[in-house]
Write a protein that binds this ligand. Structure first.
Ligand code: DLL
Length: 440
């Protein structure tokens, strides 16, 4: 099922023709922003010098630091009097990244989100429970407008107050759930504690994203919530949720290429990489008015595929994200991504799907400790409800099995600490997977 079949199945030559025309318009618009003009001038390019889509590689990149340097509105191509909305994402330090939307931008955003919901199997008339945060974060309002455009009935629950969310899901019988995958697991925990089973709900599909999640987490969510869990991707700088969306084939996320032009580059050299090679995802917006972005370095790692999908859509697919470049940490020379640790942990049937990676530097070497918890089954069977004791033989045994598996998978030794159920902080939005206590 398609929201916009003509566009979603456009032949590649037609799609590229549209992209080239829109790319010209975007570059012209960007050229009115002094930051972009200076960047273009320095690189010796003008909007008119772009003759083909491939010429885009001669244009300079935009980076997150450029947004910070031009805080708050320096990269906007329209005055705030022409805008109808601002969003912002909280940076790790200092000022947030601010983005703006004209009425047309909001309409285009709703369009790509409506497509995304249908891509997940949603339909007009569905009840959709949105538990992404509403506010400056783009998750809640972004999907909300898309769902309304589609003709779904929205439950704008926002994040938090999980017992209440469970009650609403049960009473209203929503068929779609939109939230972060870690929050979906939190909701599943709450359902179990209240002694519900998936049959007590009417959920059919989930639109989960805003943070990295592995196939193993997908399997867990599908089993515990009894729905089809699909991946949605986006970032505030490029629009918000709905930049790309997985279809029911689960073979990568369709980038809505009539609005966003993707590239993959080598994260170190910035050189373009070929189809199927993993590198840094870069986006140029094609229709944005208020905040056009030119070759924006997302910091996200994935590969792109251009083969037509069995679902009928022709828009390029990006692989499920491996993570962010800056989430990667180096332990004794070995690059480690949190997603690799997640994959190992989720293989242990004794564990709950919750974990944190703690980085310390007691002297000069980094020490990595994985904090994870046993699930209720294992807890009740082996330890009973006595106090959790790290020296309990079954916990000692389990910790060393996990340590060994992590060592085999990653090639470095990582400390493991196993705790009692519900001791690791649960997320209500994006999960904090890595706690970095190293001195800066
Ligand atoms: O997280 C937008 C969003 C909201 C996407 C709801 C999907 C659903 P930001 O807060 O600006 O925007 O964060 C963007 O989150 O660069 C990725 O690193 C990460 N991210 C987003 N979606 C995914 C995903 C929203 N599906 C940053 N898988 C991005 C992995 C994701 N990481």
């Amino acid at each position: 099922m398609f929201w916009n079949e003509a566009v979603e199945t456009l032949d590649r030559p037609e799609l590229q023709k549209l992209q080239l025309q829109r790319l010209h318009e975007t570059l012209e618009r960007a050229y009115t922003v002094s930051f972009h003009k200076e960047q273009f001038d320095q690189a010796g390019v003008t909007p008119a010098s772009l003759k083909s889509l491939d010429d885009l590689t001669r244009f300079p990149f935009t980076k997150k630091s450029h947004l910070r340097d031009n805080y708050p509105f320096g990269l906007f191509a329209e005055p705030t009097s022409k805008l109808v909305r601002l969003h912002a994402s909280s940076g790790t330090r200092g000022k947030p990244t601010v983005v703006g939307y004209t009425r047309q931008d909001i309409d285009n955003w709703a369009e790509v989100c409506a497509r995304s919901i249908m891509c997940a199997g949603g339909q007009p008339g569905d009840m959709l429970h949105i538990a992404y945060g509403y506010g400056l974060f783009t998750g809640g309002l972004g999907i909300h407008y898309g769902a309304e455009k589609l003709g779904a009935c929205v439950v704008p629950a926002s994040g938090g107050n999980t017992p209440r969310q469970v009650m609403l899901l049960q009473d209203f019988k929503a068929v779609g759930l939109a939230c972060t995958p870690s929050y979906a697991l939190n909701i599943a925990d709450q359902m179990r504690e209240l002694k519900f089973t998936p049959q007590d709900f009417n959920l059919k599909y989930g639109i989960f994203g805003a943070e990295p999640w592995t196939e193993e987490i997908r399997a867990k969510i599908e089993q515990e919530l009894g729905l089809r869990a699909l991946d949605i991707y986006g970032l505030s700088e490029v629009m918000g949720p709905g930049v790309s969306m997985e279809c029911e084939q689960k073979q990568g996320l369709h980038v809505w290429e009539d609005h966003f032009l993707p590239e993959i580059v080598d994260p170190n050299s910035g050189e373009p990489l070929a189809e199927g090679e993993t590198g840094e995802l870069v986006f140029t917006s094609l229709t944005k008015e208020a905040f056009p972005v030119v070759r924006y370095r997302t910091g996200d790692l994935c590969a792109l595929y251009y083969e037509k999908c069995p679902c009928g859509r022709t828009h390029a697919r990006m692989s499920k994200l491996k993570g962010r470049i800056d989430d990667m940490f180096i332990v004794r020379g070995v690059n480690v991504f949190p997603s690799e640790i997640e994959r190992v942990l989720l293989d242990f049937e004794e564990l709950a799907p919750h974990y944190q990676i703690i980085l310390n530097r007691p002297e000069h070497l980094d020490v990595v400790t994985v904090l994870t918890e046993v699930n209720y089954n294992f807890y009740a069977k082996t330890i009973g409800f006595a106090l959790m004791d790290n020296n309990h033989p079954s916990i000692r045994d389990l910790s060393s099995k996990i340590r060994l598996k992590l060592n085999q998978a990653l090639g470095v030794s990582i400390e493991v600490q196993v705790t009692a159920p519900r001791t690791i902080a649960r997320s209500e939005g994006k999960a904090v997977r890595v706690v970095d206590n190293r001195p800066r």
